[in-house]
Design a protein around this ligand. Structure first.
Ligand code: ATP
Ligand code: ZN
Length: 304
């Protein structure tokens, strides 16, 4: 039987956010790993057409539980959600049954404390005796406990930023990326509680032998995609004598390939993968040390 047609139990299951800030990035990552799928509107599950894996579309808060309960083998979710679950499980004496495989290059934000305009904030101690609205009570409580602050934590499932205006809280502890939502609600960020970004988690339960090969391949592909994000392939011509200076200028590159140029004296072609973006300033500096014909190309895939 072709492996893409395997019975449901033998197919890898990956939980991703159904609709929200992580959805497009998660699907883009899996597409870049070679996955083909067709997703109907409001569909909760969709089948990989060319790999024996299925996607489950759920609320992001449910992703750690699905992996914890071994319903899904892998999940793509924010570190903030993972950490909140971990602390909640710990408080209940339940051990965490998911492992963080790697961080992913999307979903960057921070969990921060913000106070209304006019609130006199001097240090975290200014939070003493205040009511703080949040969706992340466990992370917030840890922050407060570590600093010996006694405050009332008001748990809300959403719309945290309007809690002060509704008189439900004095301060908010919410996810922030640009800060524009805070500004629109007349709030000012005063503390970072935690930095976050998307992460890949997996079940620690041994994966069924039929799924192991694809798990390994997919994890390797995800790692490959993550490694090349932001990487560039740079090609240039230069006099051999400029190689040390060029090597210094190439950001995050390892052992460039140096190829002699036929009939061009001591001029050589240099090819290198740079693990960081290559900016115009770098190209100008390369030219200044003798480089010419400089080309910068995006890297699509990399297999270490
Ligand atoms: P769901 O319906 O799935 O529960 P949600 O409202 O909790 O959706 P989103 O607002 O889509 O979730 O955010 C999902 C994740 O995106 C967050 O948990 C966080 O990891 C990340 N994120 C990145 N930037 C932000 C931001 N500015 N505000 C909120 N979340 C952000
Ligand atoms: Zn959520």
């Amino acid at each position: 039987m072709p492996e893409v047609m395997q019975p449901v139990a033998m197919r890898l299951k990956i939980a991703i956010q159904k609709s929200g800030r992580l959805t497009d990035h998660s699907l883009d990552l899996l597409t870049r790993c070679g996955l083909k799928y067709s997703r109907g509107k409001d569909q909760l599950m969709c089948y990989g057409e060319n790999m024996p894996l299925d996607l489950l579309f759920v609320r992001d808060d449910d992703i750690p539980d699905l992996v914890q309960e071994d319903v899904c083998d892998l999940g793509l979710v924010g570190l903030n959600v993972i950490e909140e679950k971990r602390l909640a499980f710990k408080a209940r004496g339940v051990s965490t049954l998911f492992e963080q495989v790697q961080t992913l290059d999307f979903g960057r934000c921070r969990l921060g404390l913000a106070v209304p305009d006019g609130f006199k904030y001097e240090s975290a101690q200014s939070l003493n005796g205040r009511r703080i609205a949040t969706t992340y009570p466990n992370i917030l409580n840890r922050f407060l406990n570590e600093r010996g602050i006694r405050a009332e934590v008001v748990v809300l499932s959403g719309a945290v930023e309007i809690a002060p205006r509704l008189g439900r809280a004095d301060v908010v502890c919410d996810l922030i990326s640009t800060g524009s939502t805070l500004a629109a609600n007349h709030l000012r960020e005063v503390e970072t509680v935690m930095e976050s970004q998307a992460v890949l988690i997996r079940t620690p339960v041994p994966i069924a032998p039929e799924k192991q090969d694809w798990t390994r391949r997919l994890l390797m592909r995800i790692d490959g995609v993550e490694q090349v994000k932001g990487s560039k392939y740079i090609m240039l011509h230069a006099p051999r004598s400029a190689l040390p200076a060029i090597a210094q200028l190439l950001p995050g590159s390892e052992a460039p390939t140096v190829i002699p140029l036929e009939g061009r004296g001591d001029r050589v072609a240099v090819h290198a993968v740079c693990r960081e973006n290559v900016f115009w300033e770098t190209l100008e500096k390369l030219k200044a040390v003798g480089a010419s014909s400089v080309l910068v190309l995006p890297v699509e895939k990399m297999l270490a």
